[in-house]
Design a protein. Structure first.
Length: 265
C-alpha cells in the first residue's frame, strides 16, 4: 500500500545558548518560512530551545542549579507555545530541548501533531562524559502518523547501531536524528549506513549539516553548509523491512549480544 507523501523540512540553524525566548522566536520564523515552502513536518537540531549548552565551543562551568533553571517542563509555557504553533501551521513539529522532569533533567525531543497535541517524547539514551546533569532515557517509542511510523534518537544515540535497529524492529519507517556534535564525512557515512541497514528514511538535523537519506542509503537532500538554511525533501516512506538487511535477520542466534563481556578477556 502506498503511503501519503509529505514534505519534511530540517532546520539547519544555530540557536543562542541560554536564550529560550530568542530561540523560540527563531523557530517560529523558520517554521513559518518552511511552511510557506510546503513543509508539513519541521525538525530542529538537538537542544534547540535552550541552545544546547554542552557545545564543545562553550565553557561548561555552570552549575546544575543554573541548568535546572533553563530547563523546560513538557507542559511549560514555551512547550505549550510549540504545540500551539504546530496546530496553527497544521504541521508536525519536532523540537529538541533540555527537559525538566521532577528533580531530573533530560536531553529530550518532543513531537507535536498538527492538532497541537504532544504525540511523542524521546529522551537521549546514550551520552559520553559531556552531559553530567542529564538523566539517560530508557525507552524507544514509535509514533504512528498519517504519513507512516516514526521514531527518534538524539546525537550520540546514532553511534550505537542498536538504537536505530530497535526502532526499525518496532516498525519505524522514518528515524529523526536531532544532533549537535560531529558532522562531516564520517557522520554522513554513518547516517547512510543506518538508513540502509535498517531500510528506513533518516533525517539528520544539525546546526551546520542536515541530511535526508532514503532506505537505500542515498542522500536525497542536504544542506550547503553556508549557514542558516531550510533543507527539504518530499518523502514517501517505504514499508518497514522492505529495504536493507532487516528482513534477513536471524534473531534466534543473536543471544550473545545480550551477554555481559568477560572481564578477563
Amino acid at each position: 500500500m502506498r503511503q501519503p507523501t509529505f514534505t519534511l523540512a530540517a532546520l539547519q540553524a544555530t540557536p543562542t545558548p541560554w536564550d529560550k525566548q530568542g530561540n523560540f522566536e527563531k523557530l517560529e520564523r523558520l517554521a513559518r518560512q518552511a511552511v510557506a515552502g510546503g513543509a508539513e513536518v519541521v525538525v530542529t537540531s538537538e537542544g534547540f530551545l535552550e541552545g544546547y549548552l554542552w557545545n564543545d565551543d562553550l565553557p561548561k562551568d555552570f552549575s546544575r542549579e543554573r541548568y535546572f533553571e533553563v530547563g523546560e517542563a513538557i507542559d511549560g509555557p514555551l512547550m505549550r507555545r510549540a504545540g500551539d504553533l504546530a496546530r496553527e501551521l497544521a504541521i508536525y513539529l519536532v523540537l529538541g530541548f533540555a527537559e525538566r522532569r521532577g528533580d531530573c533533567m533530560y536531553n529530550s525531543v518532543a513531537i507535536y501533531s498538527s492538532q497541537g497535541d504532544l504525540a511523542l517524547r524521546y529522551s537521549k539514551t546514550h551520552t559520553a562524559f559531556d552531559e553530567p546533569f542529564n538523566t539517560k532515557g530508557v525507552e524507544f517509542p514509535v509514533l504512528t502518523t498519517p504519513f507512516g511510523r516514526w521514531g527518534s534518537v538524539i546525537c550520540m544515540d546514532r553511534q550505537l547501531p542498536e538504537t536505530a535497529r530497535i526502532l526499525a524492529i518496532k516498525g519505524a519507517q522514518l528515524i529523526l536524528v536531532p544532533a549537535w556534535g560531529m558532522s562531516g564525512e564520517m557522520n554522513d557515512v554513518m547516517m547512510r549506513t543506518r538508513a540502509y541497514e535498517n531500510g528506513v528514511h533518516i533525517a539528520f538535523v544539525h546546526p551546520r549539516r542536515c541530511l535526508i537519506i532514503d532506505p537505500s542509503g542515498n542522500i536525497i537532500a542536504e544542506g550547503s553548509g553556508a549557514g542558516e538554511e531550510i533543507v527539504t525533501a518530499r518523502l514517501e516512506l517505504c514499508p518497514c523491512g522492505s529495504y536493507g538487511t532487516l528482513r534477513h535477520r536471524r534473531p534466534e542466534i543473536y543471544g550473545e549480544l545480550l551477554e555481559a563481556p568477560d572481564s578477563d578477556s
